[in-house]
Design a protein around this ligand. Structure first.
Ligand code: TYM
Length: 333
């Protein structure tokens, strides 16, 4: 049985990048025979970037409803909220104690924050919390707690999974074979979905298309995707076109090839955008209805999460007992 695990940070409204990079591939994988899936809301991770309790709660509900609306079957998979599993921060500490500080100094997100400080003439660590610095260790605990083999993610998360492997190997070396070494699974087609401005779609760039934006808002947003200034009738480049890349993430190979031909033949941008809108809406519309229904009944979502937490803890708790024993700590009563 292959164990597949992935999480999403509830720090904002889920967007098309989260959907194609993580949600869609994971939901598809979770329906295959011989796959045991763990899907969770990384709310401890959300606290690193958000100090707004209402936002964390709202986003947790939105992302949980999104997973279910996108076809996850909570009976079949283990679907939980990270903060419902106290064994995860406990494991984070054990891993922190085998984690070289240098490893974390090299983490992309931390380095980017330091570089930005230096570029702005501030002290290197100004405003950087231990939460941000420890981010990869908490994420390693998420993955190693359930001994996941595969972790489907967008390209931005690869380094974190490599770090989880490093920490698993260090721990195993010191205490015996307790952890499986996880592997990132990246769908190359959609590894980085561009946003409205052509950069990676990301909450922090404010360029996202919310997954369940109402139909008219979705159309408006899509009409706002950056394009060059080529007029109708002029051939368009597919290379480097955000519009084309987003289309490719939703369409079949044949549909994509047809759009490439129309680009060469000089399709008007407005028409290409209309085609993209229709293609996305065709896939999303049925899920949007389920999502709206779930958002109107938060207690249903909560019931799934509680049941999922019980299922997850039934594994995490005995595994943590084994790890406590391995490092020389007393078993909990
Ligand atoms: P987060 O919440 O930033 O993003 C969730 C998932 O969406 C993917 N993603 C994208 N994929 C393609 N194109 C994009 N533009 C795009 N934007 C986001 C991300 O790669 C990610 O897979 N650290 C994680 C959450 C996490 C986690 C874990 C993941 C915590 N613990 C353990 C896997 C395993 C994060 O911040 O994802």
């Amino acid at each position: 049985c292959v164990r597949v695990l992935t999480g999403i940070k509830p720090s904002g409204t889920p967007h098309l990048g989260n959907y194609v990079g993580a949600i869609r591939p994971t939901v598809r994988a979770s329906r295959q025979a011989g796959v045991d899936s763990y899907l969770f809301l990384a709310d401890y991770h959300a606290l690193i970037s958000t100090h707004d309790p209402a936002r964390v709660q709202r986003s947790t509900l939105e992302i949980a409803a999104t997973w279910i609306a996108c076809g996850l079957d909570p009976q079949r998979v283990t679907f939980y909220r990270q903060s419902d599993i106290p064994e995860i921060p406990e494991l984070t500490w054990l891993l922190a104690c085998v984690c070289g500080k240098g490893l974390l100094n090299r983490a992309h997100a931390y380095k980017a924050a330091v570089d930005k400080n230096l570029a702005d003439g501030r002290d290197a660590d100004d405003g950087i919390t231990m939460g941000l610095f420890m981010y990869p260790v908490l994420m390693a605990a998420d993955i190693l707690m359930f001994n996941a083999h595969r972790v489907p993610v967008g390209r931005d998360q690869i380094q974190h999974i490599e770090m989880a492997r490093d920490l698993a190997a260090s721990f195993n070396h010191l205490y015996g074979e307790h952890f499986t070494l996880p592997e990132a699974v990246i769908d190359e087609q959609v590894a980085t979905l561009p946003g409205l401005d052509g950069r990676k779609m990301s909450k922090s760039y404010d360029n996202v298309i919310p997954l369940f934006a109402p139909r008219e808002q979705l159309r408006r947003l899509i009409m706002g995707i950056v394009t060059d200034s080529r007029a109708p009738g002029e051939p368009k480049e597919t290379e480097g076109s955000a519009l084309f890349q987003i289309y490719q993430a939703f369409a079949t190979a044949d549909e994509t090839a047809a759009l490439a031909r129309d680009f060469a033949a000089g399709i008007a941008w407005a028409e290409a955008k209309e085609r993209l809108f229709e293609r996305i809406d065709r896939e999303i519309a049925p899920m949007r209805a389920t999502y709206d229904e779930l958002m109107a009944h938060p207690e249903r979502v909560e019931a799934y999460l509680r049941a999922g937490a019980a299922k997850a803890r039934a594994q995490a708790s005995p595994f943590m007992a084994r790890l406590r024993h391995a490092v020389g700590l007393r078993p909990l009563d």
